[in-house]
Write a protein that binds this ligand. Structure first.
Ligand code: DGY
Length: 320
């Protein structure tokens, strides 16, 4: 029985999609490229639910075309692409997927740090290109034990990263808008942003993208960091000024960067960052495991179906 009309700008994992299709008539955009604006606008005119992907800007302009929309669900914890105040003005609930991706994303953050510190992909490239012989040299990495890890953005994922870092014998300091009341549980020490910049041997950025955090890491921040610093960005690309990062890596203001997010995203194959040897980039795969993507898809379906049925969303960003 197709009770509700739903637009999806990308796929969810099959079990969640099938749950939605049990009660909804779904218009699903399945192509790799983003749904064209005109198509989305056309599809939205009678839609009551929208499952949106991070490549779509949900703003006042788009919502004008969606007079019947009751609920928007996104399969991500970050929602910098969604103007939640505009949603509220239009009486639309917006749900995201916090919690279910915490451990997986922390795993990738720490993996990137480990791979960077031990220059794993350089070693692999070296072997693969046939350079593994006695006379050849590879870059030496660094030990993590005994080093200071700075975490910028200490939400649930930051706490999970701090726990991993402790097990590896690191000293953890962090900067967050507010000090966490539970920081004694991880032993992480709250510091000012400038102190974290100056003291960190390794830095993991996990802050959401907002007006305040856009460009948070620019030329002056990289200049304050140790020349030996390893820098990991797991938040959103625009939190870092890409040109400033390129310059910092090229001129040795910092030692190395590992990025799961970039600006622009996707990163074009001829981007200057790709000419550097002291960088490792993964294609925004923080939550990309079978189990976690399944859980995120199910929570997205839960949010959507709850909103369509006038029930409270399990994870609502703009609850009344
Ligand atoms: C998230 O959940 O915000 C991830 O970064 C995927 O976009």
């Amino acid at each position: 029985m197709n009770q509700y009309k739903v637009v999806m700008t990308g796929r969810l994992m099959t079990p969640a999609l099938e749950r939605i299709q049990e009660t909804c008539e779904v218009k699903l955009w399945e192509k790799a490229e983003s749904i064209p604006h005109e198509t989305l606008v056309d599809w939205l005119k009678d839609a009551e639910g929208l499952v949106v992907t991070g490549d779509i800007q949900v703003n006042e302009e788009l919502l004008q075309y969606a007079p019947k929309l009751k609920v928007i669900a996104q399969s991500a914890v970050g929602y910098d692409n969604v103007d939640t105040e505009a949603c509220t003005r239009h009486g639309i609930l917006f749900g995201n997927t916090p919690g279910v991706l915490v451990e997986t994303t922390a795993d990738l953050a720490f993996s990137l740090l480990l791979c960077a510190a031990r220059r794993i992909h350089e070693g692999w490239n070296f072997v693969r290109e046939g350079s593994w012989n006695r006379g050849s040299k590879i870059s030496l990495g660094i030990d993590l034990a005994g080093k200071t890890l700075g975490i910028v953005g200490m939400g649930q994922i930051g706490v999970a990263v701090a726990k991993r870092a402790k097990v590896f014998g690191m000293n953890v300091i962090y900067y967050n808008r507010n000090r966490r009341l539970d920081d004694h549980e991880t032993g992480a020490t709250y510091q000012s942003f400038d102190a974290v910049l100056a003291q960190a041997d390794c830095m993991i950025v996990l802050t959401p993208l907002s007006k305040e955090t856009r460009g948070l890491f620019g030329a002056s921040q990289f200049a304050q960091m140790k020349r030996t610093a390893y820098f990991v960005n797991m938040s959103r690309g625009p939190v870092v000024d890409t040109n400033a990062l390129f310059d910092a890596l090229q001129t040795g203001k910092i030692a190395y960067a590992a990025l799961d997010v970039t600006d622009p995203e996707p990163l074009p194959g001829d981007h200057p960052l790709l000419t550097l040897s002291n960088i490792l980039i993964t294609p925004h795969i923080g939550s990309a495991t079978q189990e976690t993507r399944t859980a995120m898809s199910q929570l997205t379906a839960d949010n959507l179906l709850a909103g369509l049925n006038d029930k409270p969303l399990p994870a609502c960003v703009n609850a009344k």
